[in-house]
Ligand binder design. Structure first.
Ligand code: SAH
Length: 391
């Protein structure tokens, strides 16, 4: 039962019930059990799965009393999610796509990425972990992968959920080496066992192309390049001049170099360095670029660290703007959910003010459409990609 006046978000279909909203529990649900959520006076609100170890006490999966949370429901949700990617044209077996995007596909706590014939599964909810076999059955039935790997639950998150899931192969065979996929005509080798996140940043697929469309003839700096997605799109497809890609992780730059070779990108140089130090050094050396891409990791883990994060965004964006030639293009990203679109644009306004440069917003973009966001759960919207001209 919910506390009085706490039911509105759930009538609004928001799927997260915090422990602080719960008035009383009838019966003794075990973690992972199906529970009904009701108003303080006993009216049905929604149905979900219980987790006493999480602040997110109940995750909701159905909002009418007739729907049962059984294997058939999870199976039909997974089928619907896979069908959506088909309509998006992302079912090419040579490519990669996010097949299930948690709340965005009414499957809170489950993320599934397909890389060619392999699936990489990320579980962030105990209730889903308990149903992993049923989830894998449904995935095998829907896409017949060669193997399913369990990957990369963020350690913090796992602790929050009381989840201990080591990386492992759950079905089929593991790929012998990197899996090669094609994204908008570019080839990428993806290290499913060691790569970051679930192996590749699929959310940036269309933003790399969007950036490349502005790159013609420009000298490009791709800062925080990971496996070189933006740099390659600009170098190979965008007709950029020289391209410099930088990441602080040696594993990432090794991937970026391998991908540059794979695509015959002779105009692409890759360096392993810290972004802040490298930006300072490039600026001090008087280097100029026609385009700078910034795609840093999450600077803000929570609203609490927001101020510090905004200072870091300001700092790198200021350095980028200072190195852009007049009329240069800034492609600046934030993947912190705690930073709103407005916060991010305000930061850019601050950079314009301090640098004395005019910043014209050309495109304000988000994640690719295989990362749908539920209108009832905007917490799923995290990626901001702004393409701007700096006069
Ligand atoms: N643009 C990439 C994704 C970038 S993810 C793509 O399209 O695939 C963020 C990257 O920032 C990671 O690869 C991480 O290794 C790198 N990184 C984190 N801290 C850094 C730092 N201080 N300097 C440089 N790179 C950093």
């Amino acid at each position: 039962l919910l506390k009085p006046k706490r039911a509105r978000p759930f009538f609004g279909r928001h799927p997260w019930v915090l422990d602080s909203a719960v008035l009383r529990v009838e019966g003794t649900p075990r973690d992972g059990d199906v529970v009904d959520l009701a108003t303080h006076d006993g009216h049905f609100v929604a149905r979900g799965l219980w987790n006493s170890a999480s602040k997110l006490r109940v995750r909701l999966y159905a909002f009418d009393p007739a729907t049962r949370l059984d294997a058939a429901l999870f199976r039909s949700r997974i089928e619907a999610a896979v069908a959506l990617r088909k309509t998006l044209g992302l079912d090419d077996r040579a490519g990669a796509a996010r097949l299930v995007n948690s709340e965005g596909d009414d499957l809170s706590g489950l993320i599934v990425d397909r890389y060619g014939d392999w699936l990489s599964v990320q579980v962030t909810a105990l209730a889903i972990a308990n149903r992993l076999e049923a989830v894998c059955d449904a995935l095998e039935a829907a896409v017949a992968p060669r193997g399913i790997l369990l990957r990369g639950a963020e350690r913090g998150l796992s602790q929050l959920e009381g989840l201990h899931l080591p990386d492992r192969l759950v079905r089929g065979t593991a790929p012998a080496g990197p899996v090669f996929v094609t994204e908008h005509g570019l080839k990428f080798g993806i290290d499913l066992a060691e790569g970051q996140k679930t192996g590749f940043y699929l959310d940036q697929r269309d933003n790399r192309q969007a950036a490349a469309r502005h790159a013609r003839g420009r000298r490009v700096l791709d800062m925080f390049c990971y496996s070189g997605g933006f740099a390659l799109a600009c170098a190979v497809q965008g007709g950029a001049g020289r391209v410099l890609a930088v990441d602080s992780s040696a594993k990432a730059t090794a991937l970026a170099k391998a991908n540059a070779d794979l695509n015959g990108a002779a105009n692409l140089a890759v360096e392993t360095a810290d972004a802040f130090e490298r930006l300072d050094a490039l600026k001090a050396a008087g280097e100029r670029f026609g385009m700078v891409v910034l795609d840093p990791p999450k600077f803000a883990r929570s609203r609490a660290s927001l101020e510090e994060a905004m200072r870091a965004y300001h700092r790198i964006n200021r350095l980028a703007v200072d190195m852009l030639e007049p009329g240069g293009i800034l492609v600046t990203n934030s993947c912190s959910g705690a930073v709103s679109r407005d916060d991010f644009l305000m930061m850019l306004a601050g950079v314009a003010q301090r640098s004395g440069r005019t910043i014209q917003l050309l495109e304000c973009r988000g994640a690719a459409p295989d990362h749908p966001v539920s209108a009832s759960c905007l917490d799923g919207e995290y990626l901001k990609c702004v393409i701007a001209r700096v006069a």
